[in-house]
Design a protein around this ligand. Structure first.
Ligand SMILES: *Cc1c(COP(=O)(O)O)cnc(C)c1O
Length: 457
């Protein structure tokens, strides 16, 4: 029998209580946090969908590995395990352990970047862009046109526009530091990149003598989409698909806080010995010695195990289908969404949900606050609070889209938690026309979404 019900392919051995609260309590907590979920205490949150980064639940096997961690300064056994695992997965000889993804980015782009340099990506993730721009280089995003339209259905919306890539490489001859494929494309809603696209990008980069890198935080989730949607891939394992993608690239940067199923960690993997040597010098100065970088032995042990577990077909199937499950439930309720549903998150189009709330009254913030007040669900606004700027006359220059992201932590919540989330949207939809916007009462100059204060209108 083929079941409709998606079951979690694990049992629960250790539980972490969730503190339940009443709507009246949450109304107070929200006011105390100035209507900014970043200022809420985690203990007052019932379902935390703020991010999938570093929020995974580790397996019994990983926890056992933690006890096995070898904390030797040099040549740790845990390092040998992590190194062997990353080498086998990526096919790249040089592996540099870092404390998280951005540390690997700072090392690599600190070396390849600099004033006058250009970097090209399907979409640079925030920390990638920041690390590139910090060196004085320029970061250019060229997703395919379909990737920019939230309602458009396309199997590989994370793909790079290869025609634009060819043109940019010709225009910027001698200036391109690297071409980076982010898989899956985080900023674009966790949308996958096809193997065919990665092959085309790799071929073009080789033709121009430019390094081709993977930002591979969610490469296992990406492999699921390739096996499901790309022709000729049915018979290949998820790990085999990831290995094929790595085989096309010259290097890879990974935040292990995503698909390595750990709470902290990352690495940089490279083929070229000269480039690796330059990066190792920076690693030793800023992170640590080559056999631990920014990690303790136990962290490296957990990463080595997590990188195997993440390719388990039952895990990946459950992972992607449970994200789709949330998306499908909301879609059935008529909630406007970014389509199709990506791998790690569901994005809601708050502008379409609340057409009566103009961008300068922050429709995304309105939804984020509704979700918390009604159900204790914490989500993130990705719209004009995060990306809006002010024009010289003081009016708001809104962001292109007003989105709210529900990011799903790995192996943490069960189907009933997700049903609770979906049920909350029934009330969100009933309250839709009565929901009001917000105004900002206090904000810092940079990255205001983290600390800004709001007031309901
Ligand atoms: C999370 C992330 C990073 C940065 O990794 P950190 O571990 O948060 O420093 C880089 N790229 C992508 C695509 C990410 O999702």
């Amino acid at each position: 029998m083929k079941h409709r019900t998606i079951i979690e392919p694990f049992r629960i051995k250790s539980v972490e209580p969730i503190g339940l609260s009443t709507e009246a309590e949450r109304t107070r907590y929200l006011a105390e946090a100035h209507y900014n979920p970043f200022l809420l205490r985690s203990r007052d949150v019932i379902i935390d969908l703020m991010t999938d980064s570093g929020t995974s639940a580790m397996s019994a096997h990983q926890w056992a590995g933690i006890m096995e961690g070898d904390e030797a300064y040099a040549g740790s056994r845990s390092w040998e395990r992590m190194q062997a695992e990353v080498q086998d997965l990526t096919g790249m000889e040089h592996v540099l352990p870092t404390h998280q993804g951005r540390a690997a980015e700072r090392i690599l782009y600190g070396h390849l970047g600099g004033p006058g340099k250009v970097f090209i990506s399907n979409t640079h993730f925030d920390t990638t862009r920041a690390n590139i721009e910090y060196t004085g280089a320029i970061a250019i995003d060229i997703p395919i046109a379909e990737g920019r339209d939230p309602a458009h259905e396309h199997p590989f919306k994370g793909n790079m526009d290869v025609t634009a890539l060819e043109a940019l490489l010709r225009e910027n001859k001698g200036k391109v530091g690297a071409v980076i494929l982010t898989v899956t494309n985080n900023s674009g809603g966790g949308q996958p990149v096809s193997l065919a696209n990665a092959e085309a990008v790799g071929r073009i980069c080789r033709g121009h003598g430019v390094p081709f890198l993977l930002d591979c935080c969610r490469i296992a989730e990406n492999s699921w989409f390739i096996k499901d949607r790309e022709e000729g891939m049915e018979g290949v394992t998820y790990r085999g698909i990831a290995q094929r993608m790595f085989s096309l690239a010259d290097g890879a940067v990974m935040s292990a806080k995503k698909d390595a199923l750990v709470n902290m960690g990352g690495f940089l993997a490279l083929r070229d010995a000269t480039l690796a040597e330059a990066c190792i010098n920076l690693l030793i100065i800023t992170e640590g010695f080559t056999t631990y970088g920014g990690l303790s032995g136990r962290d490296m042990e957990a990463i080595a195990i997590g990188l195997q577990e993440v390719f388990d077909p039952d895990y990946l199937d459950y992972r992607i289908k449970s994200t789709t499950f949330v998306g499908r439930k909301l879609h059935e309720l008529g909630v406007p969404l970014m389509r199709p549903i990506g791998g790690h998150a569901v994005y809601i189009d708050a502008k379409a949900l609340y057409p009566h709330i103009p961008p300068h009254e922050y429709p995304g913030q309105a939804l984020v606050c509704e979700l918390y007040r009604l159900a204790g669900i914490r989500s993130v606004e990705i719209g004009s609070v995060m990306f809006g700027t002010y024009r010289p006359d003081g009016t708001l220059q809104p962001s292109a889209m007003e989105l709210v992201r529900l990011a799903i932590p790995r192996r943490v919540y069960t189907q009933s938690h997700m049903e609770y989330v979906a049920e909350t949207f029934e009330e969100v939809m009933r309250e839709r026309s009565r929901t009001r916007g917000f105004r900002i009462t206090k904000e810092p100059r940079f990255l205001r979404h983290f600390t800004a204060h709001f007031e309901p209108l």
